[in-house]
Design a protein around this ligand. Sequence first.
Ligand code: PLP
Length: 394
Amino acid sequence: MRVDTKSRIAKRMHGIRGEAAFEMLARATELERQGRNIIHLEIGEPDFDTPEPVVRAGIDWLQKGATHYSPVAGVWELRTAIAQHLSAQHSQRIDPKNVIVTPGAKMMIFSIIQAVVDPGDEVICPDPAYPAYDAAIRMAGATPVPVKLEEAKQFRFDFDELARQITSRTKIIVINSPQNPTGGVLTGDDLKKIADLARKHDLLILSDEIYSEIYYADRPASILDVPGVLDRVLFVNGFSKIYAMTGWRLGYGVVPEDTFSAIELFVNNSVSSTATFTQRAALEAFNAKTAEASRKMVAEFRKRRDVFADGLNKIPGITCLKPLGAFYLFPNISRTGLPSDDFANRLLDKAGVAALPGTAFGEYGEGYLRLSFANSLANIEAALERIRSFVSKL
Ligand code: PLP
């Protein structure tokens, strides 16, 4: 019997794309099974281990019986510690009552969008951008409206273009700084302009700052430092990147009081709550020893960024800005003449380097590649050699 699979799948799932990193990882792993040597530059996670105090606390809390449901919005002690951490870093006091914990920042993004966006609404997103925004918006029946991030502006917004895209249907402006995939960072002035637009048009701002503590110049500006806009800010952050805790699945949000119950209700009805022992262990993420481990990791990322970007800039046909934050390079490969998709596929097949095409992050990613530098210097040097040789044969 032939089954019409399409009719069995909900319409809202048609055209939804997953994270290309997971697909590329599966292809690369298959090639490894066939005996090929692959350098992995596709995945967006630190190659460091979770700091020891957090791991030890996780084991302790399991043994102490932290194995039951947690309150939906998270363990109060963790919500308080998150609020204290943010209040110490920023000029405004964050109230633990506005903090909500989810299994990963991605779930926070999804929960926020599902709770505040209606079918027919428009949500402005940077392009290229982390693809989960687009997917979450489409699954809510809303329309993602891309605004191009220009390399000529160090991958920041053109504010005339951003203002032009606002309509009576716009509900949220999504921002992400430091940014995946470009490593671009919005300035304090950029954030003020975004806040002004949000006030003028009565919009919300979803500010994803998951890379806020992985930066290579001045500390990135945060929407939490912009006065008079907190009542419109849906702030997203998490433990995955800065504490090398991707597999723990732990993210959080700070949301305005009038949106909190709806977001909490979505979490209640989807995942019930976040694992209890992971939340208890995450309290150790804010101690001095863990902060030291994070600082060392970022110092190592900086070395790799410099070696990798300098090396790429010596390859004819490739130019690469040095990212100001996160751990990705976003080199311009347009002068090689190969479209991004072909470049990434052929680079994997012929040279054994797994990278992501810029188009995995939106149509304006054409002409670019995303390379993670969360890999050893030795592998980065080897990847540079393979890319150099691959490009020379085009
Ligand atoms: N936001 C951005 C910009 C990301 O790059 C990622 C992960 O790649 C996430 C959110 C999701 O992080 P988590 O692992 O906490 O779900």
